[in-house]
Structure formats: C-alpha cells, structure tokens
Design a protein around this ligand. Structure first.
Ligand code: KIV
Length: 270
C-alpha cells in the first residue's frame, strides 16, 4: 500500500506526479500509468457534475467518487478533497467528514483548502491518523471572495502570508502542500523553506511535483486554464466516435450480424 511516507521520500528525487480522477475507469488508467498520487478533487463539481463552481459539491458526492477511484486503484496514493463547508464550521463534523473518506471509502489522506482556520484542524486530523495535504494560493472555494480565479501571492504581503501558512501547516503535520496559481519564484521560495513536498498547479517548475485536472490534461475539458497543458485530444476522439455511432445507427449499419444473435426455438413464436 502506498503511504504518505513514500511521497515525502520521493521529494528531492524525481518530481512527484499527481492527477485528479473521479471515476473507476479513469483512476485505473491513471494508476496504470504510474502516477504517484490520485486526487479526487472537488473539481469534480466542474468536470463531471456541470456546476460552475465547486461550492455545491457535497461530502456524499466526494465519498461516492472517492470509493469509485479507490476500487480501481492499486498503487497510487489516494487523496480525497474536502468540499466547501465540510470542514471548518464545526470541529467534530470536520473530523467525521474527513475520517469518512478513509474509514468508508479507502482514501489514504485528505486535502484541505487552507487558511489560518485549518492549522489547528490539521494538527487534530493528523493526531487522529488522517494524513493532510494542505492547499494554498488559489483556493477555488473562495471564488466569491476573489470574484473569479485570479493569481494569488502576487504582492509581498500576500506572498508572505502564503509562506507563513505553508510553515504553519507543515508544523501542524501536513505531509505535503499544493500550491495553486502563484508566481513561480514564490513557489520556489516556499519549496525551499519547508521540508514537506510542494505540488504545484500553475506554480512553475520548482515545486517537488505537479498536479493537473485530468480532464484538462487529456483534452476533454471545453476550457482549460492558461497554466494547464493538453497532452491529448480525448474530446475530439469522443466527438468523432459518437458521430460515427449516430451515423451507423441512422444508416442501419449498426448493429450488424455480428452484434446480434438468433435462437432457433424462437422462430414462429406467433
Ligand atoms: O479540486 C481539484 O482538482 C484541486 C486541484 C486542482 C489541486 O484542488
């Protein structure tokens, strides 16, 4: 079984790879490709549930998708994202919601979108045996405060706040840190300042690892952020396959003889 220790040990060697997955077939492909960490991100709200933001995603949604990913994964470390308001409102609810991902759905760790309010919670979760991946920089659950998804940590004060929070979460016991949409020189400084691995998305090349939303990476998303890269064009493949299917059905070419069978006994039924 992969452990958070393996992830910590990897930092400083070759870069850590992390991708999101939300369902069993995608998780199996990602896992077989040797990706180190599968994040069941609350980006599931955008990629798979048709929401404009991640805010409507529930603990039940995350649990169901985490279970699907875990059933199809053999080697990767599975991290379940904690959705909006599932943590931070009430301590015991936060602990139970996070614990459910490990106890019922076989995740190995949880990810928290962090701020000053998650330092103590991180410490408590870790004490209880729930490994925590912290997430700083652009935290999409704050979309209503940001008024969109702007770069974070772009001035000295904001950059220092991110650095301080990174140190505080490391001290609280987080095993790794996602840095999203921050200047690469800030990400490099944070990576130097803390011992736990940093995993960047839109944070430049100097993090200990990289993460992308799988739909963006394979070219399934309709829109991708500027810091992402499409490594394939799954959308075009699907469009072409579905067009071919529609043509085959409407022209009568599908199903052909090899796709159907007859039972002799059933002739002359009427
Ligand atoms: O929800 C998500 O997919 C994430 C990653 C982009 C880090 O938080």
């Amino acid at each position: 079984m992969p452990t958070v220790r393996d992830v910590r040990a990897k930092a400083g060697e070759e870069p850590i790879t992390m991708l999101t997955a939300y369902d069993a077939p995608t998780a199996a492909i990602v896992d077989e490709a040797g990706v180190d960490i599968i994040l069941v991100g609350d980006s599931l709200g955008n990629t798979s549930m048709g929401y404009e933001t991640t805010l409507p995603v529930t603990v039940d949604d995350m649990a169901r998708h985490t279970g699907a990913v875990a059933r199809a994964t053999e080697d990767a470390l599975i991290v379940a994202d904690m959705p909006f308001l599932s943590i931070g409102v009430d301590e015991s609810a936060s602990l139970e919601n996070a614990g459910r991902m490990l106890k019922e759905e076989d995740a190995h760790a949880v990810k928290l979108e962090c701020g000053p309010h998650t330092v103590e919670l991180t410490e408590k979760l870790v004490q209880l045996g729930i490994p925590v991946m912290a997430h700083l920089g652009l935290t999409p659950q704050h979309v209503n405060q940001y008024g969109g998804y702007p770069r974070q940590g772009t001035d000295r004060e904001a950059a220092e706040r991110i650095l301080e929070l990174a140190e505080a979460h490391e001290k609280a016991g987080a095993f790794s840190l996602v840095l999203e949409h921050v200047p690469s020189n800030l990400a490099a400084e944070v990576t130097d300042a803390i011992d736990i691995p940093t995993i960047g998305i839109g944070a430049g090349p100097d993090c200990d690892g990289q993460v992308l939303v799988v739909d963006d990476a394979v070219g399934l998303s309709e829109w991708t952020p500027s810091f992402s890269k499409q490594f394939g064009n799954v959308r075009a493949e699907m469009e072409s396959a579905i067009d071919d299917y529609v043509s085959a059905v409407t022209s009568g070419a599908f199903p052909a003889e090899e796709h159907a069978h007859e039972e002799a006994d059933l002739d002359d039924l009427y």
